[in-house]
Design a protein around this ligand. Structure first.
Ligand SMILES: NC(=O)c1ccc[n+]([C@@H]2O[C@H](COP(=O)([O-])OP(=O)(O)OC[C@H]3O[C@@H](n4cnc5c(N)ncnc54)[C@H](O)[C@@H]3O)[C@@H](O)[C@H]2O)c1
Length: 267
């Protein structure tokens, strides 16, 4: 084989949550590798550097809403003619961080449902609608779902003692773990269901990603102590595995969870 199997040029890649920390990096790296990229997010594009790139289309879309997704897909298909890769990346900490971080005994069902709707239900909707399109492709397609180490291990709550995120006392709530574990279950189910249709479905399981404008130094110090590699990930370190799963080099990999956590989950 040659490295050309890793080539993603010309592939049409959909990225949800393209305005976020990982999403922005993903858009940049996919474009750098000559893919055609469609980014979906809630507000105006934060990918301004690429807004004039003919290989990039931004679509404002609330992925909780099936009708909005259908409209977005039709706009993208008009421009790029087909879809090859879906990266289900969007997640939410809700509008109200205090409620998102609230302790379990006082957690509201509304907040729980809001997080589940974005983190898990939207992955169902996106996979259903884009998967249907993949069924018409000669070469199928690839779905990549972004889970988290908190979908496979419990948070170490000591990390969050006196830690702040955007100046709010920080935690990692049960609903985040439940949604991210659900993503792994959905991935395996879809991989089994669509395997013979040439649709591969895999998960990326990142550890904590450095976000110095929002995470405080207490969090970073506590977190780093737990990681064999001694530090948080940089967003761009999560990208190569996603590009690999987008490419034909991963043609015999499906239903898997690729953990990228600096060794966090080994102990
Ligand atoms: N940041 C980390 O440390 C970390 C660690 C492990 C896993 N992850 C996972 O990686 C993925 C990306 O994380 P991130 O840190 O870039 O998050 P982020 O909060 O920076 O970005 C998420 C994006 O999703 C968008 N979004 C939220 N609700 C939406 C909706 N209804 N419709 C459309 N877009 C919506 C937001 O506007 C935002 O731009 C998430 O799935 C997250 O759970 C992140």
């Amino acid at each position: 084989m040659t490295l050309s199997e890793f080539d993603i040029s010309g592939k049409v890649i959909l990225i949800t949550g393209c305005n976020g920390l990982l999403g922005r990096s993903l858009v940049e790296e996919c474009l750098k590798n000559n893919a055609k990229v469609a980014g979906l997010d809630l507000e105006a594009s934060h990918n301004m550097a690429f807004d004039k790139n003919e290989n990039f289309i931004y679509v404002k879309c609330n992925i909780k809403n099936e009708l909005e997704i259908r409209k977005a897909l039709s706009k993208i298909k008009n421009q790029f003619k087909r879809f090859d890769v879906l990266i289900n990346n969007a997640a939410t900490k809700t509008e109200n961080l205090k409620e998102f971080f609230r302790k379990f005994e006082d957690y509201s069902l509304d907040t729980w449902q809001e997080v589940m709707e974005v983190n898990l239900n939207s992955m169902f909707l996106m996979s259903k609608l884009v998967g249907k399109e993949f069924l018409n492709n000669k070469n199928g397609g690839s779905i990549i779902q972004i889970s988290s180490i908190y979908g496979i291990v419990s948070p170490d709550f000591d990390i969050y003692k006196n830690s702040k995120y955007k100046k709010e006392i920080m935690s990692s709530p049960a609903v985040y773990s439940a949604s991210k574990a659900g993503v792994i279950g959905l991935t395996k189910w879809l991989a089994g269901y669509w395997g013979k249709k040439k649709i591969k479905v895999n998960c990326i399981v990142p550890g904590g990603i450095e976000d110095s404008s929002n995470q405080d130094s207490t969090f970073t110090k506590n977190y780093n102590k737990k990681v064999p590699l001694g530090r948080l990930a940089r967003a761009e370190e999560i990208i190569p595995a996603i590009l690999f799963l987008s490419s034909d080099a991963s043609s015999y990999i499906t239903g898997q969870s690729l953990v990228i956590d600096g060794g966090y989950s080994i102990r």
